[in-house]
Design a protein around this ligand. Structure first.
Ligand SMILES: [Fe+2]
Length: 418
């Protein structure tokens, strides 16, 4: 199954979207797993206090002795310089068994089995990177003591909001921008294609009308214009010219003999030998064609082709005797195609030549009548049978039908992709 370019692009967008969503969901699951993973760190408050980026300090700021009991004020400070956010945290400090709390601040505090537990007053309060926690308690004990170790516990979430998430958000924004851009340009392209299709239709209709005049003028060459156009376009294609050039050469081939409209019927269809004056009248169809098509400047090369398609590569042609590459390329290509069609068609004064005779004639004319760079393409088209395809396609017209019309399908490359 062959998909058009729009469908292919949409599938690529869809695949990218599914990939992004999948990556996002995987990242979220990982982040959730991290949130539910426990975080625990035991810190010595007497020796090295730095551990895993989280560290604590304690200060005993006051101590009073009343009836053999020690009442002391302890102030704790915990810093988070790690890369993790810690939620639902609590600090555990070992205290003598008969310790009582007389006062505290910054946390909720209670004592269980010789352990002071300090937790945030609001559940699940987050302790993020860069934060500091300060809290304090006043403890009533039987003997004086100094907390030597603090155990800090909670739940960590290291990746949420991390670099990977930011990359994913960035990728999603780029995806969205490209998707919108694709839709806008696709909409414009569609309008442009519609317009181009309509333009081609108008050109073809105009040409149908014009060609019917030319063909009516010279019934022996019915279908000649269309065949020459198809041969010329095929040569251009094989020469790897651009699609636009191939299309223009097709139009140039269609109209190359427009000047025949100015040649008297009696001269054009005369079966016998032509006088010099009559020959001059026929040769003047080039100049007449050039004048007629002067207004058609929007189709590049049309006028020049009509004017110069009877120039010869060695400079002995007409009307101006141009030589070599000074003859416009379209005219050189149409010149070869035109001569092939003349040799392969019956004319009022002779029958057509056979395949080998035609190849010999064309090769003999290489460098004299024809551009030697174009001849091999025409010879290949004869040898590989392309010319027969053209003849079959135009056979109805040769049989004398007068109702043939060009269609969009006759224009090579017009509806190919951009
Ligand atoms: Fe001609």
């Amino acid at each position: 199954m062959k998909l058009d370019k729009t469908t292919e692009t949409l599938l690529v967008f869809l695949a990218a979207f599914v990939t992004l969503i999948t990556a996002y969901l995987v990242e979220q699951v990982c982040a959730d797993n991290n949130v539910s993973s426990e975080y625990a760190i035991d810190m010595s408050l007497t020796g090295a206090r730095l551990s895993d980026g989280v560290y604590a300090s304690v200060a005993k700021s006051e101590e009073n002795v009343t009836r053999n009991r020690y009442i002391a004020k302890y102030e704790f400070e915990i810093h988070n310089d790690s890369n993790v956010n810690i939620s639902n945290w609590a600090a555990y400090i070992t205290v003598p068994k008969d310790t009582e709390i007389t006062n505290f601040w910054g946390v909720e505090a209670n004592i269980e089995k010789g352990r002071l537990i300090c937790a945030p007053e609001f559940y699940n309060l987050s302790f993020s990177k860069g934060d500091s926690l300060s809290f304090g308690v006043v403890l009533n004990t039987q003997k004086s003591f100094y907390p030597e170790q603090i155990s800090f516990r909670g739940y960590k979430s290291g990746n949420s909001g991390g670099v990977f998430t930011k990359i994913l958000y960035g990728a999603f924004i780029i995806w969205a921008a490209l998707f919108v851009g694709f839709f806008v340009s696709n909409f414009n392209l569609k309008n442009y294609r519609e317009k181009q299709k309509n333009d081609v239709r108008i050109i073809l209709q105009s040409m149908n009308t014009f060609i019917s005049f030319i063909d009516a003028k010279d019934p022996y060459t019915r279908g000649h214009s269309r065949r020459v156009a198809m041969y010329a376009a095929e040569i251009a294609k094989r020469m790897r010219l651009s699609e636009d050039e191939v299309q223009n050469i097709y139009y140039a081939g269609l109209l190359h003999d427009a000047g025949k409209l100015s040649v008297p019927d009696a001269v054009l269809n005369k079966p016998g030998k032509l006088t010099d004056e009559e020959r001059k009248l026929i040769q003047d169809h080039t100049v007449a064609g050039g004048k007629m098509l002067k207004q058609m400047s929007s189709l590049r090369g049309i006028r020049e082709t009509a004017l110069y398609h009877h120039e010869r590569y060695d400079g002995t042609g007409y009307p101006e005797g141009l030589k070599g590459d000074t003859i416009p390329l379209y005219a050189r290509i149409v010149g070869v195609a035109d001569s092939y069609d003349a040799m392969s068609s019956n004319r009022v004064y002779r029958r057509h030549l056979n395949k080998d005779e035609i190849i010999e004639e064309i090769q003999q004319g290489s460098g004299t009548q024809f551009d030697p760079n174009i001849v091999p393409f025409m010879v290949d088209m004869i040898n590989d049978g392309y010319v027969n395809v053209v003849k079959m396609e135009t056979a109805d017209n040769d049989a004398g039908r007068s109702d043939f019309h060009l269609t969009e399908d006759d224009i090579p490359g017009v509806y190919m992709g951009f």
